[in-house]
Ligand binder design. Structure first.
Ligand code: SPV
Ligand code: MG
Length: 288
């Protein structure tokens, strides 16, 4: 069994386990290592975080190859399954089938795509969130599943019905269709400030396909509440990049103001800490 099968297989097993599987959004090798070091079970290769780290909007700006490189970098950096955020699948069913082959071949555990139209914009942007007809999106999911060469790679279908202003019935109806064509999990995205929407979806869900939640706007929900409502994966999608922006901003502002780095040391990671994350000691030992 190769490395690809191992990572995706591990994730599949965890999804059958007694606790919710926890992923955190990362945008590079270092964040993947930090996510691993903190004890999480997987990495979400977030389109929002990857776009932000490139200094561009999360609006279908980066190419499939750029996102793939980021996801692969994270896969190589940390021994965790990486679920790639594939936005709208980089085109139609044929484009998505091609993406699945590329991602699977590069060791990524799975890919998640959302039922919006290309070019998409981040779900929390104050902009139109136009959905793709459900049958067309189901065709993409079917094509993706047919394209994978191993048995373990995961294709996750994300419905944006609630983000686009639809009701629970529409979200469930879309999810049924996606489960019927072979989606390995259903991600139900919501921008409600209360968890009720996703909890109600969980109560209405009657299929043996695991549910995934991204509690960004309803952070008060607990992992136990989500699990009890039928969710088997939770993705803390943007906490790494938001922490990065806040911490780097505060540090650089203080440095700019002080005109000396003397008072910053306590708030900074030490060089040995960064060396350890990079694997520097091992690299030194390997040098003859
Ligand atoms: C991402 O992390 O890129 C996501 C989640 O897709 S969200 O930003 O909440 O849309
Ligand atoms: Mg995204």
């Amino acid at each position: 069994m190769n490395r690809i099968e191992n990572r995706a297989g591990t994730l599949r097993q965890l999804l059958q386990g007694p606790k919710i599987v926890r992923l955190v959004g990362g945008h590079d090798g270092l964040t993947a290592k930090l996510i691993h070091q903190a004890g999480f079970e997987g990495v979400w290769a977030s389109s929002f975080a990857a776009s932000a780290s490139h200094g561009v909007p999360d609006a279908s700006i980066l190419s499939m190859s750029q996102f793939l490189d980021v996801a692969e970098t994270m896969t190589l950096a940390a021994p965790l399954p990486v679920i790639a955020d594939g936005d709208t699948g980089f085109g139609d069913a044929r484009n998505f089938a091609y993406a699945v082959r590329r991602y699977e071949a590069r060791g990524i555990a799975g890919i998640c795509i959302e039922d919006k139209q290309f070019p998409k914009i981040n779900s929390f942007a104050d902009a139109a969130q136009d959905l793709l007809p459900a049958a067309e999106f189901a065709g993409k999911i079917r094509a993706g599943k047919q394209a994978q060469t191993g048995s373990q790679f995961l294709v996750i279908a994300r419905t944006e019905a609630l983000i686009a202003g639809g009701d629970l019935d529409e979200a469930v109806e879309r999810a049924h269709l996606y489960a019927d064509v072979g989606a390995d999990a259903i991600l139900v995205h919501s921008k409600s400030v209360h968890p009720d929407q996703v909890l109600k979806f969980g109560a209405a869900w009657d299929r043996d396909v695991p549910l995934v939640a991204i509690p960004t706007t309803y952070p008060q929900v607990t992992e136990v509440e989500l699990f009890d409502a039928g969710y088997r994966m939770v993705i803390y999608a943007n906490h790494g990049i938001r922490a990065t922006v806040r911490t780097v901003t505060d540090t650089l502002t203080a440095l700019h103001r002080a005109g000396t780095a003397a008072d910053l040391e306590d708030g900074l990671a030490s060089m040995p800490e960064v060396f350890a994350l990079q694997g520097m000691p091992a690299a030194f030992k390997a040098t003859p």
